[in-house]
Design a protein around this ligand. Structure first.
Ligand SMILES: O=c1ccn([C@H]2C[C@H](O)[C@@H](COP(=O)(O)OP(=O)(O)OP(=O)(O)O)O2)c(=O)[nH]1
Ligand SMILES: [Mg+2]
Length: 157
C-alpha cells in the first residue's frame, strides 16, 4: 500500500445534480496529486464557446459538502493555461464549508483563439485545505519588528 492511501483522509460528500448525471466524479489523477480535477457539467449538445477576453461560470454538476475546518480551493490547470490561455479568473476560488450550492468554475479566456468547453472536459482542479479561523481583536498598536512597515520590494530585488 502506498503512503498516500495509508494516510487518514477526511471525507468529501458530493451530491450529484440532475445535470451532473453521467459525469465522472472529481478524482485525484495520480496517487500524490494535490488537486482533484473538476469536469464541465455543460450540456452535451451545447458546448460552451469562450471567445478571447470572455469569461463564463461553468457548472460542475455537483454540490460539495466540504468538511468543517477545511475549504476547497478552485485552481486553474496549467496545461489549459499554457496551451490555450484558459484560467480561473478568481483564482484560487474559495468554496466555504457551509456552501450548499453547486460548485461552479469561473473561467476566462486570456488566449487569442476561441476555446470550446465540452461536457466532461477537465477544466480546473480543487485542493482541499485546512482553514484557521481567528478571533479578531482591535489593538492599540502593533509590536515592533526589524521589517517594520517596509514592503513591496523594500529588501531589494
Ligand atoms: O470559484 C468559485 C468561488 C465561489 N463559489 C461559491 C462557493 C463559495 O462558498 C461561494 C461564495 O464565494 P466567495 O466568498 O468567493 O464569493 P463572494 O463574492 O464573497 O460571495 P458571498 O457573498 O456569497 O460570500 O460561492 C464557487 O462555486 N466557485
Ligand atoms: Mg464571500
Amino acid at each position: 500500500m502506498s503512503t498516500h492511501t495509508s494516510l487518514s483522509r477526511p471525507t468529501l460528500n458530493l451530491v450529484r445534480l440532475p445535470h451532473g448525471e453521467g459525469l465522472e466524479l472529481p478524482a485525484y489523477e495520480t496517487a500524490g496529486a494535490a488537486g482533484m480535477d473538476l469536469r464541465a457539467g455543460v450540456p452535451a449538445d451545447r458546448p460552451l464557446m469562450l471567445t478571447p477576453g470572455k469569461r463564463a461560470l461553468v457548472p460542475t454538476g455537483f454540490i460539495f459538502e466540504v468538511p468543517a475546518g477545511y475549504e476547497a480551493q478552485i485552481r486553474p490547470r496549467s496545461g489549459l493555461a499554457f496551451k490555450h490561455g484558459i484560467t480561473c479568473l478568481n483564482t484560487p476560488g474559495t468554496i466555504d464549508s457551509d456552501y450548499r450550492g453547486e460548485v461552479k468554475v469561473l473561467l476566462v479566456n486570456l488566449g487569442d483563439e476561441e476555446f470550446i468547453i465540452e461536457r466532461g472536459m477537465r477544466i480546473a482542479q480543487m485542493v482541499i485545505a485546512p482553514v484557521t479561523q481567528v478571533t479578531v481583536r482591535e489593538a492599540d498598536g502593533a509590536s515592533e519588528t526589524a521589517r517594520g512597515a517596509g514592503g513591496f520590494g523594500s529588501t531589494g530585488v
